[in-house]
Design a protein around this ligand. Structure first.
Ligand code: SF4
Length: 358
């Protein structure tokens, strides 16, 4: 099952058309699909069906109707990061909300409430998830509740002394971000890290998984295509295959300004979600007055705020706080419904929705 996040467009399928799909690729994809379907109960499937139908009816009637609970959650273990990537609010120290770590108590309370209906939790939002040392217990707790768990990491905290624990308490899917295959291309964006360290960490992860004969995590190497690395697109597929990752995903980059577009936007238009016309940076997406994210996904910041989607990096559109109300109450609240209605009527009216490809 391809778990597409709301802040990204994965180009895996289109890229597969550009290269031969090997038999082992098919086996890996089938294995992953079967693995994720183990988490699918009748109740979760019925919940997903209710969400889909009510979303469809909302589009037809232009009124927000919500019959189920979120199918996916983004939960933020921490918004702290040890890198300073130029387009990341956390890395650049631009977040106006407090920096901190999610408490395991809040996490478990939330998981207990959502586990019967929700299919999957993504334990990342802003920040490097493995900075929060409680992440291992969070992963184990969510997996005990049979949720499909994914974590995204820059790999900088994967060392010999914790690789065993990362594999023993692994998520179902681990996304390893590496946006360059030599020091120049890597450091052009991943400021604070080095290619040598990332390469060593990924090798260590794969070796440890083999040594422990572990089935998880499904290791996905994620490569954001930008000006500094677009010449390495074919090479990263070969690199991933040689190392033995389960999947390589090419991702388009989110860019916030014309200035950064000039620095980072790839020349090859198919790897960009924008068009740059002088100082005017426009997203290619048609920005229809609809957004499935507001039905199928919910997002929880480290301190318990509920926000509409992972584009709301600074919690500018808070919809509630799970320290004060139950999630179910917030999900069906007037505030959440008003936000859904706003998007159904005029998506362009919410500034963050103008830089979104959903
Ligand atoms: S349209 Fe708006 S609410 Fe929906 S995913 Fe995009 S930014 Fe988020």
């Amino acid at each position: 099952m391809e778990l597409r996040t709301c802040s990204e467009i994965t180009l895996t399928l289109s890229h597969a058309k550009m290269r031969r799909l090997y038999l082992e690729d098919v086996k890996v994809i089938c294995g992953q699909t079967l693995n994720s379907f183990r988490n699918l109960t009748f109740r979760r499937a019925f919940n997903a069906y209710k969400i889909f139908i009510s979303y469809f009816l909302s589009i037809v009637t232009r009124k927000p109707i919500v019959w189920g609970k979120p199918v996916f959650f983004y939960i933020e273990p921490t918004n702290r990061c040890n890198f300073q990537c130029p387009e990341c609010s956390s890395g650049q120290g631009r977040l106006t909300r407090p920096i901190g770590m999610m408490d395991t108590g809040i996490f478990q309370k939330l998981i207990d409430l959502i586990a019967l209906d929700t299919f999957s939790v993504h334990l990342y939002l802003q920040g490097e998830s493995y900075i929060n040392k409680q992440i291992y217990d969070m992963i184990s707790y969510a997996r005990q509740k049979k949720l499909y768990v994914s974590v995204s990491t820059n790999g900088s905290l994967i060392r010999k002394n914790n690789a065993g624990q990362i594999i023993k308490q692994a998520p179902d899917r681990l996304i390893f971000s590496m946006d360059g295959l030599d020091e120049d291309s890597y450091k052009a964006y991943r400021v604070g890290g080095t290619f040598a360290q990332a390469d060593a960490a990924l090798n260590l992860l794969i070796e440890t998984k083999k040594k422990l004969n572990a089935k998880t995590p499904f290791i996905e190497l994620q490569f954001i295509v930008m000006k500094s690395n677009e010449h390495q697109v074919d090479e990263v597929i070969r690199y991933g295959k040689m190392l033995g990752v389960d999947k390589v995903t090419l991702k388009t980059m989110q860019i916030s300004s014309a200035e950064n577009a000039r620095k980072f936007m790839p020349r090859n238009k198919k790897y960009s979600r924008y068009i740059l016309d002088g100082e005017d940076l426009k997203i290619k997406s048609k920005l229809k007055n609809q957004c499935f994210e507001l039905w199928k996904t919910s997002v929880v910041t480290w301190d318990g705020k509920i926000v509409p989607c992972c584009f709301d990096k600074d919690a500018m559109y808070p919809l509630g706080d799970i320290n004060q109300k139950s999630f179910t109450e917030i999900w069906h609240s007037e505030k959440y419904q008003e936000f859904r209605k706003r998007i159904l009527e005029n998506r362009r009216g919410a500034s963050m929705c103008n830089n979104c490809n959903s």
